[in-house]
Write a protein that binds this ligand. Structure first.
Ligand SMILES: [Mg+2]
Length: 294
């Protein structure tokens, strides 16, 4: 392999969970549950009961229950229907302008030498997320997805993402192997990884984000836990994450300009940019002195 000539680890990734992080309620509650006429509380109780009784994977149970309910009510749900339903999704305050604000912050502070990308990793449904108004801000959306039969009807899970399998996608981002079918198991030296973990900031809202926060932080990355403003229970969960050092910072899920979350995120971004500047200079110094990367 020829020696690397230019420093290329100048991309920062902010990786988001969706439900409870960018949007207050699970996405199904704005979209598919009203469509099939099932009250959210009843739906999740049924899923939880069956999960417990059958010792089943909760995500698979909910994906099957959605299809069974739609079938029972004779409601057709195709890929497009999911995307159209996404218009009903609500976001926390400031989410819709958050991405541009951070992009311009990094563009200015990084003097054009740092790139910022946003990624979404969700156990929810990709079909719904693809229809959201904030879709265009994401480099990739990783989420559970249905297989559709020749009538265009969802029949079976095609991709399943759970709390723990979310971590696979952190490595996809880290290694630049972003397609679902690309192998991420071969060894890749640190210097070849396009987005080192130290350039990753993970933002999530609770216990389901613990595996992702832990993988990110233990590999030198950063994590922020957000909580629904005015929810004591959510605040308590975040304080536990902070105490256990699973998150660098916690903040209310209020994405508006000059809010606590924006300030803390910008602080982390500044720290990451300073580290990128250091790594770039280190790289140049080593190249000048004919020292190979290892
Ligand atoms: Mg969540």
């Amino acid at each position: 392999m020829s020696a690397q000539k230019d420093f290329n680890r100048h991309t920062i990734a902010i990786v988001y969970d969706f439900d409870g992080t960018l949007s207050p309620q699970p996405m199904q509650e704005y979209t598919v549950l009203p469509k099939i006429g099932v009250p959210a509380k009843q739906f999740w109780q049924t899923v939880d009961r069956e999960k417990e009784a059958d010792q089943a994977e909760g995500m698979l149970v909910y994906m099957r229950h959605l299809l069974e309910e739609a079938e029972r009510k004779r409601i057709h749900i195709g890929r497009k229907d999911f995307a159209e339903m996404a218009r009903s999704i609500e976001y926390f305050a400031g989410v819709e302008t958050w991405f541009q604000r951070l992009n311009s912050f990094v563009r200015k502070a990084g003097r054009g030498q740092v790139r910022l990308r946003h990624y979404l990793i969700s156990a929810g449904l990709r079909e719904i997320l693809e229809g959201t108004s904030i879709r265009r801000h994401f480099e990739q959306i990783y989420a559970s997805e249905y297989h559709y039969d020749h009538h265009g009807v969802a029949t079976f899970p095609k991709v399943l993402i759970t709390d723990t399998t979310k971590t696979q996608y952190l490595f996809r981002i880290n290694k630049g192997r972003e397609r679902q079918t690309e192998s991420i198991n071969e060894h890749m030296p640190e210097y070849q990884r396009p987005i080192p973990f130290s350039n990753i900031i993970y933002i999530g809202d609770g216990h389901t984000d613990v595996p992702s926060m832990t993988v990110t932080r233990q590999n030198g990355g950063n994590a922020i836990a957000v909580y629904k403003p005015d929810s004591q229970r959510a605040l308590h969960v975040c304080r536990e994450l902070l105490q256990a050092r699973r998150a660098d910072f916690i903040a209310p899920a209020d994405y508006r300009h000059n809010g606590v979350l924006e300030k803390r995120t910008k602080l982390l971004l500044s720290a990451v940019m300073a580290n990128i500047a250091y790594e770039r200079e280190l790289f140049r110094c080593r190249v000048e002195n004919h020292i190979a990367e290892i």
